[in-house]
Design a protein around this ligand. Structure first.
Ligand SMILES: Cc1cc2nc3c(=O)[nH]c(=O)nc-3n(C[C@H](O)[C@H](O)[C@H](O)COP(=O)(O)OP(=O)(O)OC[C@H]3O[C@@H](n4cnc5c(N)ncnc54)[C@H](O)[C@@H]3O)c2cc1C
Length: 347
């Protein structure tokens, strides 16, 4: 039975033994010892002050679409509830918009595109909240968040103060940022500000985007958004039907020596040259060549048309999904001497 504890002196609603099934896209039936959803800064700071006394492990949760809970979480989950979209800077060509952490990412992209605030169309339909979008510098179809990011506001748990972090401070990289690296667990992002363009600037270079837009007779940013949505829907499983967290692994960078060895055996290996004599190889290709495409063990499997996605076919536990991912990593390492890194945050 879920129990609601209300601390009347500071009016914080903290729930005990909170179910997380609806709060993670794998649909895992786990629980958090404590859960709170502060909707403003005062409630958030009161909550943290109060929780300091209890010394509980802390986890910030967005919409749970990039998280794998291996077990119940024996601590406090804070799901920031800050809402709102506010125009904070207006220029002739560009504008800056500040958006609350708990706004749904795709609702925000749709709203921005409808307003004629452009630049986010290629990131349409990525599941999750605005607040977590900088955490892994979300990216899709040739665009990354960092290209439209301006600054963010966050509560610094270490310094116990509200801070504003700019582009440089966030240290964005491929599916990474300071929030996944050295500052993991230090900040609670409350608002994110985006620098958007009033002029359409369609990014069509990636994959079949241009072909699909032409086929649809599309010319506008909204047309591009619709095409991206259609492509995504055709390729990826819907988490509402099959629990998943999108790409489970990052595409690995390998040095040229290892790449050349792979190429001897597989002359058609796909690759993207990167700085420093590094090659990026699609993780999906490595997984497929290791025999894991469409493979299923019990209730866990890779998606038949996209082996980078690990799916909970129903009733799997977080540990089973984790073990499945370990087996894939072992085989890829053994066959190619390439270490896959999980994109998903394992808790
Ligand atoms: C079907 C599917 C497709 C996907 N496609 C893509 C894609 O194309 N590109 C891509 O980049 N990602 C993709 N993802 C992954 C996911 O959508 C993104 O990582 C998204 O940003 C996660 O948002 P969330 O709110 O669900 O974050 P959560 O899963 O709740 O959290 C992710 C991480 O961010 C931290 N966090 C969350 N909120 C905050 C906050 N306010 N302050 C500080 N830390 C916070 C959490 O502690 C956790 O470490 C996909 C996922 C699914 C299920």
């Amino acid at each position: 039975m879920e129990q609601i504890i209300v601390i009347f002196t500071i009016m914080i609603d903290i729930q005990h033994n909170h179910h997380l099934k609806e709060l993670n896209s794998f649909g895992l039936d786990t629980r958090a010892a404590y859960y709170a959803r502060p909707a403003d800064m005062e409630t958030l700071t009161n909550l943290l002050e109060h929780e300091n006394n209890r010394q509980l492990p802390l986890l910030v949760l967005g919409e749970g679409s990039n998280i794998l809970f291996r077990n119940d979480f024996d601590g406090l989950i804070i799901q920031p509830g800050m809402k709102g979209v506010e125009l904070v800077e207006e220029g002739e060509e560009e504008l800056v918009v500040r958006v609350g952490a708990s706004e749904n990412w795709d609702d925000w992209v749709r709203f921005a595109t409808e307003q004629g605030w452009y630049g986010l169309e290629n990131l349409s339909l990525i599941p999750g909240s605005v607040g977590s979008s900088p955490v892994q510098n979300i990216g899709a179809y040739g665009v990354e968040l960092k290209e439209r990011f301006d600054w963010l506001e966050a509560w610094d748990i270490q310094l116990k103060q509200l801070v504003r972090l700019d582009h440089t401070a966030c240290q964005f990289g491929y599916r990474s940022s300071i929030f996944k690296g050295e500052a993991k667990g230090r900040y609670i992002i409350t608002y994110v500000a985006f620098r958007l363009s009033r002029k359409p600037d369609l990014k069509l270079e990636y994959g079949n985007v241009k072909t699909e837009l032409t086929k649809a007779n599309g010319t506008t940013p909204m047309d591009l958004r619709n095409v991206i949505i259609a492509i995504r829907k055709s390729k990826l499983p819907d988490p509402a039907q099959y629990g998943n967290a999108g790409s489970f692994f990052k595409n690995p960078m390998v040095d040229r020596t290892i790449f050349n060895c792979i190429r001897v055996e597989y002359p058609k290996v796909p690759f993207y040259p990167r700085a420093g004599n590094q090659m990026k190889i699609p993780a999906a290709w490595l997984i497929e060549k290791s025999g894991w495409k469409g493979k299923r063990i019990g209730n866990v499997g890779t998606w038949p048309t996209q082996p980078l996605v690990i799916v909970n076919y129903g009733g799997a536990t977080g540990q089973e999904i984790y073990d499945f991912s370990e087996k894939i990593m072992e085989d890829v390492e053994r066959l190619f001497s390439v270490t896959l890194e999980r994109e998903v945050n394992v808790i």
